[in-house]
Write a protein that binds this ligand. Structure first.
Ligand code: DGT
Ligand code: MG
Ligand code: MG
Ligand code: MG
Ligand code: MG
Length: 269
């Protein structure tokens, strides 16, 4: 078929293939969630409804895009790791990023009611996205460690800050002033001596964030089956092993997680 004279505009499209043999990370982050969390009455410093909704969306994204081998989330952000061998959409960065972000954002709205039954969603939230390539497993592990360290630093700060405000009666400005220049040991000490809070007993989801990996899960369902020597169909229980995304809350900075889950980044499976 002859090409139309307009066809040349295609040449304006740029190639955006992600370099081969690199781990591709897509990170999504809620747009202006400072405002969104206020308007939707998120509890401070952590709202379990919001975090569990984020985790649910991440599982939905992974169910939809099987080449994602791991995801890590905290606060209003989630990072999705595409396996370095992935050839999904010929490794086009724009496909990776836009599919992840749009699937995540639509899931967030779609599943909102399940997690916030008493809080209507007031306006459509947005998420930004970025793509970063990591050429070595060490770089990738360091990336995830960086996000988890960020989670820890922010959560410790926020936990003390809101204890000072909600329980200690300080104004936000006074709490901020009180925490200026404090180290993490000082913050732990304020929590312990003034509010009887042992930071290590705070919810592990708040302290470590959420890791989503694939896991073989037994799925039991009922099926109608006709056995050869019987006239009627019979309902029987069938057990199938399925690969499903599961959520963990553990340390990814040390070696233990990687030693316990060598399959996550392996080339097999
Ligand atoms: P951005 O990302 O530049 O468009 O702007 P923000 O406002 O989304 O900033 P960001 O992503 O650095 O910070 C996340 C905001 O989301 C931060 O203001 C706190 C809020 N947020 C996230 N999770 C929770 C939560 O569980 N509870 C509450 N109260 N706020 C949360
Ligand atoms: Mg930001
Ligand atoms: Mg944000
Ligand atoms: Mg954020
Ligand atoms: Mg199309």
């Amino acid at each position: 078929m002859a090409k139309s004279k307009f066809e040349y505009v295609r040449e304006y499209e740029v190639q955006d293939t992600c370099l081969h043999n690199c781990w591709v990370v897509v990170r999504v982050d809620g747009r202006n969630f400072h405002r969104f969390s206020d308007q939707h009455n998120f509890t401070k410093p952590n709202d379990p409804r919001a975090l569990l909704l984020m985790n649910h969306c991440a599982k939905n994204v992974m169910d939809d895009i099987k080449d994602i081998c791991l995801a890590y989330g905290q606060s209003d952000e989630y990072s999705f790791v595409f396996h370095k061998k992935s050839n999904w959409y010929k490794r086009r960065a724009s496909k990776f990023m836009t599919h992840v972000v749009s699937q995540f954002a639509s899931s967030y709205v779609f599943y909102w009611k399940e997690f916030f039954p008493d809080q209507p969603i007031l306006y459509p939230p947005g998420f930004d996205g970025r793509v970063v390539l990591y050429p070595s497993i060490q770089n990738l592990k360091d990336y995830l460690s960086w996000r988890q360290a960020d989670c820890h630093i922010n959560n410790l700060y926020n936990t003390v800050f809101w204890a000072l405000v909600q329980k200690g009666g300080l104004t936000p400005a006074q709490a901020q002033e009180r925490l200026k220049g404090t180290l993490s040991g000082d913050k732990n000490e304020i929590l312990y001596s003034e509010f009887d809070i042992n930071y290590n007993n705070e919810s592990v989801m708040y302290r470590k964030g959420s890791i989503v990996i694939w896991s073989k899960v037994n799925e039991i369902s009922n099926k109608m089956i006709k056995l050869p020597h019987e006239a009627e169909e019979k309902e029987v229980e069938v057990c199938r092993v399925r690969n499903k995304p599961i959520v963990l809350h553990c340390d990814v900075i040390g070696d233990t997680f990687w030693e316990e889950h060598p399959e996550v980044l392996s080339s097999e499976s």
